[in-house]
Write a protein that binds this ligand. Sequence first.
Ligand code: PEP
Ligand code: MG
Length: 590
Amino acid sequence: MARAVLHGIPVSSGIAIGKAFFINRRPRSRRHDLVPLDQVEAEAARLEAAVEAVAAEFVEARAAMPEVLQGQLDILDSHLLMCRDPKLRNETLRRIREGRMNAEWALEESLEQIALAFARLNVPYIRDRIEDVRVVAGRIGRHLSGPPDKSRLESGRGVLLAHDLTPADALGLSLDRISAFATEMGGKTTHTGILARNLRIPAVVGVGGLEEEAVEGDLLIVDGLSGRILVSPSEAELEEYIGRQRRFADFQKSTADNASLPAETEDGLRVSVLANIEGVDEVKSMQDLGGEGVGLVRTEFYYITRSEMPREDDLFEEYARMVQAAAPYRVTFRTLDVGADKIFSERVRLEEPNPALGLRAIRYCLRHQDVFRRQLRAILRAGALGKAAIMFPLISGVSELRQARSVLNEARQELDASGIPFDPDIPVGIMIELPAAVLTADALAKEVDFFSIGTNDLIQYSLGVDRGNRHVSYLHQPLHPAVVRAVKHVVDMAHKAGIKVAVCGEMAGDPYCLPILLGMPVDELSVAPANMPGIKHLVRRSNAEECRELLRQALAAPTVHSINNAVRHAVYNRFPEETAFFASQLDGDR
Ligand code: PEP
Ligand code: MG
């Protein structure tokens, strides 16, 4: 028997077996000591050494950055610059020398002072750097309080354990040596999962007791399918999981071999399977893994991985590369969705008491129309080189949609007046993520070319469950009657108006939700590229009539529990083995 079996939320599929190494442990309360006068210089030297070590870590991480994340090197460069910036270092040294504070304390104080000064400047891009200073200071602080994290990864690959993992933290690591992630914090749709899926490694988040139960160097099994983590497994468990690992690899290979076959049920219902991506690098995976286009570009990643707001030409270049690489398929650009759980948000969060209900997504863009227009112009221009579509996130109703469209019209007119080529007929759609959009779907459908249902947020806002909070993640239930009815209503309203409807939240890649979505039926499923072959395989093994009957039952069912049971039964009968190879959100019917 394993020494401990921990449970979390699986966010990236696969099974990894490896040694544990920690970064970003839960912040310990730091020592606040006065340093004796004769030790002040030694304390200053301790700080200098930590700063140098962190800078060296960034340089090394840069060199080791795997190709899949090459597009995100800029953030490392800005962290390196910040690490070498004299401000943080000199301020901290001054406090050590003049205030006789120990290095940890002095660093904390300097950070707070710099953060406050930045915040007061009230210049958005300077304010936004606060988070970067925190990341760098956090790293220096950790170096001061213990041996560097990296030394533990000296040989082979390991399982990275952390209290929390921001993309910036992950970028500072040798990602090619990480075989899996597990974090104590986080929920189903946090971006740790997206990062792991990009890297095609298993990940489990929201793991209670991780930092207490697992010890540096422990052998771990991370099951990114069930969300289980076995600490110091027995021989028998190891053997069992090695077998599972092999079966999973076989399944992946067989579905990848058939990835180019269409997603059509045995009785002839055809759906399109598209990719959710963050950057141009993933377009190739979309093509290789049988994708029929890009259903969602999370465009905010390009912004948050840069230290300065991108210029229109930078955006245009990036988007043009995507559109050209995806040909003959379409690329659907979701306009900037920052705020709330998006990384940018941590910068916004400084000012917002309730960011999920705050200035995020389309609200941010309508407030900062210069930023919005610049992005719209770039998308419109890229549209002239292939097939592009625009999608507005978090739309709450027709008025907001019209405001967004009027900025789009201005962008069009500007390009027209300047004689710059663009796609005048670019399709315009919206994400359905708010109950308000569900209830006004009939009116919204008359004013757009397509809908895409963002179930991650739709569940969050319909059920009042913070998508990133593990304490309530058991309530994040994709097959709650309210969610099933909401999605069905949106599909009906779209079809009545003669427009297509996609699902691009995690539900689209969940084998247990698939029969419900096919029963409606949605027109497109947009999932992580790595999930596309598996989902296409499941569609081919499905029967649309059976799905319609299951949906009828679900629409009449009073509880999530009864829907989950009915779906589990149906799925078990249809594809009993395959479900073991997918992560599912159906853990919330307790
Ligand atoms: C969603 O909300 O379902 C979605 C696809 O968008 P994101 O996860 O980026 O908020
Ligand atoms: Mg969303």
